[in-house]
Design a protein around this ligand. Structure first.
Ligand code: SAH
Length: 275
């Protein structure tokens, strides 16, 4: 499990305030990988990243009117999409004030039958009552959390028994070669990654929190195209941005590309049920 030193929630929030727009441009408005059905699927990146959101939405098994928590809500695009498509109330939490404002200004947030609202909150201390959500999801956010046991405990606390928790996340297939471990460490530092578990570790941590994984679905072949696409787009945004933040983004782009080449890295959708 890769872990790294502590950054304050404010410092992490600031990093997201700065990098959200460029990264979201590269990922078609989302901050997660794209999903392509097969080699013949020619969907552009925005459609492919929305496709991943739709796979998460399906697995939530919610009915209209239910309350859903988005842990690490990014630009708010996934929450708005799920709220509209499923006619549910999605509440997103993020460490970035900029992301809250961006998400709240999105059409689909705060109106209509299904709606999405957003709060600046640390997932390690969720400001919600016990059992107040029917379902929850976390797309590419858990790895950034400093204390996964605390976060999973909080998610279990705010979910009602029987509620689903769906995770889209990186995981490790097994031990890393030395060179790859060095690349991963670089990546983890740049992207503030604390928790990159093996499947076994994922099951253990979830189980300890009272979340029973029912479906584990590795989707690496469907998402791996993201690295090339994003690796092509990010350096151009970095040049456009310029300055310190441009440099930071250029480093991130290179790290991201190398991360995608580590053979022991994979990606899965986990569906758990709150006991
Ligand atoms: N789920 C979104 C965004 C992924 S980027 C998407 O799929 O598009 C990671 C997100 O996790 C960011 O919004 C970041 O603010 C959030 N995050 C990271 N650590 C967090 C924490 N401790 N509490 C709440 N949100 C956190």
């Amino acid at each position: 499990m890769a872990r790294q030193e502590k950054l304050s929630p404010e410092a992490i929030g600031e990093m997201y305030n700065q990098l959200t727009d460029s990264c979201a441009d590269a990922f078609g408005g989302n901050l997660h990988v794209g999903y392509w059905t097969d080699d013949y699927d020619e969907a552009p990146v925005a459609q492919a990243t929305d496709h991943l959101t739709d796979l998460v939405a399906e697995r939530l098994e919610v009915v209209p009117g239910e309350r859903v928590l988005d842990v690490g809500s990014g630009t708010g695009r996934p929450a708005a999409r799920i709220a509209t498509a499923r006619d549910v109330h999605v509440t997103g939490v993020t460490l970035s004030e900029y992301q809250v404002r961006l998400a709240e200004s999105r059409p689909g947030a705060g109106q209509g039958q299904g709606h999405a609202d957003f709060q600046l909150a640390d997932a390690m201390w969720l400001p919600f009552d016990d059992a107040s959500f029917d379902a929850a999801y976390a797309i590419e956010s858990l790895v950034h959390m400093e204390n996964p046991a605390a976060v999973l405990g909080e998610i279990a606390r705010v979910l009602r028994p029987g509620g689903r928790f769906v995770v889209g996340e990186w995981y490790l297939l097994g031990p890393l070669a030395d060179d790859d471990a060095a690349d991963l460490e670089h990546f983890s530092r740049s992207f503030n990654v604390h928790f990159l578990p093996t499947v076994e570790e994922f099951y253990e941590e979830m189980d300890r929190a009272g979340l029973k994984i029912e479906i584990f679905h590795d989707i690496w072949p469907n998402i791996s195209r993201s690295f090339q696409l994003v690796g092509d787009i990010l350096p151009a945004s970095a040049i456009q941005l310029g300055g310190e933040i441009g440099e930071q983004l250029a480093v991130c782009a290179e790290m991201y590309r190398r991360f995608g080449e580590i053979p022991q890295i994979s990606y899965a959708l986990f569906t758990a049920v709150r006991r």
